[in-house]
Design a protein around this ligand. Structure first.
Ligand code: PAF
Length: 286
């Protein structure tokens, strides 16, 4: 597996791979890789002739006071994981390669970025759109693979690619969960054993949402209340410390809906200790 540090090398490497009409999949990451990330590399391996991953902890998607400084950095293990998952190359740029001094242009995210995460992290998707569009330019691959764990991020990137006519196919990949249901996330490393146990109420709340939906519940508010009740915990205080949102919304626009007669998704963002976790479940696919 090739390890690439400069933007010039990165672009040349991808164009070289694309000779003879070969397909190339991109797997953008911020490192601290887990099996969810590696499943994206494997999905790319099944779909494309070649796979290039990136590792860059993107400062512009973190607001002041968020976890940029303490975000886990596990480079050696990440490289080993990518190699064993079959990546052809990994691009690991320095901050100056991506944001040279004087860099002051940012992408304004599409409307779908405004709700949910957009309300609680107002600058987040501007940073995500900017880095992702830059990576699409620097590594002009035919496909890019994103996990459904960051459901809103996936919607935002799909809308950006559509609106800005970016010539790339976005491939959504399913959430990977630990056997007990916790959605894999680099931020799970922040949780101690007790907190990890409490974090299970996110997936439990989403399972309840799905059961209610499959049982014929038509009112999104009823399902939201049930999710909040599970997230709040019981007498033993098994819940989360705070809830940013527990919402059932249209799965394309992420806007509120009044009835579950259309494609819908349940999404949660909540804190356990100081760790902010997100998870979701599609209730009715498009
Ligand atoms: O999902 C992530 O890890 C990041 O938001 C991404 C897409 C790599 C952009 O920094």
């Amino acid at each position: 597996m090739q390890i690439i540090h400069t933007t010039k090398q990165a672009r040349e490497f991808v164009w070289n791979l694309r000779r003879n009409d070969s397909t190339v999949g991109l797997v953008p990451t911020m490192g601290a890789l887990h099996d969810g990330h590696l499943s994206l590399v494997q999905a790319s391996g099944r779909r494309c002739d070649h796979t290039v991953a990136t590792i860059f902890v993107n400062p512009t998607q973190f607001a002041p006071g968020e976890d940029l400084q303490k975000y886990p950095r596990t480079l050696d293990a990440d490289i080993a994981g990518l190699r064993s998952a079959g990546a052809d190359a990994v691009f690991i740029p320095d901050q100056d390669q991506i944001y040279p001094p004087g860099c002051s242009t940012f992408v304004k995210p599409p409307d779908v970025a405004e709700t949910l995460e957009g309300e609680f992290r107002p600058t987040h998707f501007q940073g995500v759109c900017t880095i992702v569009l830059k990576l699409f330019h620097l590594l002009p691959t035919t496909h890019a693979f994103f996990g459904e764990k960051d459901f809103q991020q996936l919607c935002v990137i799909q809308a950006m690619v559509r609106d800005l006519d970016v010539d790339i196919e976005i491939v959504p990949c399913p959430i990977v969960r630990d056997p007990d249901g916790l959605a894999m996330s680099s931020r799970n490393r922040y949780l101690n054993d007790r907190q990890r146990q409490r974090a299970l109420c996110l997936s439990a709340a989403l399972r309840q949402a799905e059961q209610a939906y499959l049982g014929g519940e038509q009112n999104p508010k009823t399902i939201e209340n049930q999710m909040r009740s599970i997230l709040s915990g019981d007498d033993q205080n098994n819940g989360v410390d705070s809830i940013d949102y527990a919402a059932v919304v249209d799965s394309k626009t992420l806007q509120p809906i009044s009835d579950l007669d259309q494609p819908a998704v349940a999404l949660i963002a909540a804190r356990v200790g100081s760790t902010r976790l997100i998870d979701n479940r599609v209730l009715c696919a498009r």
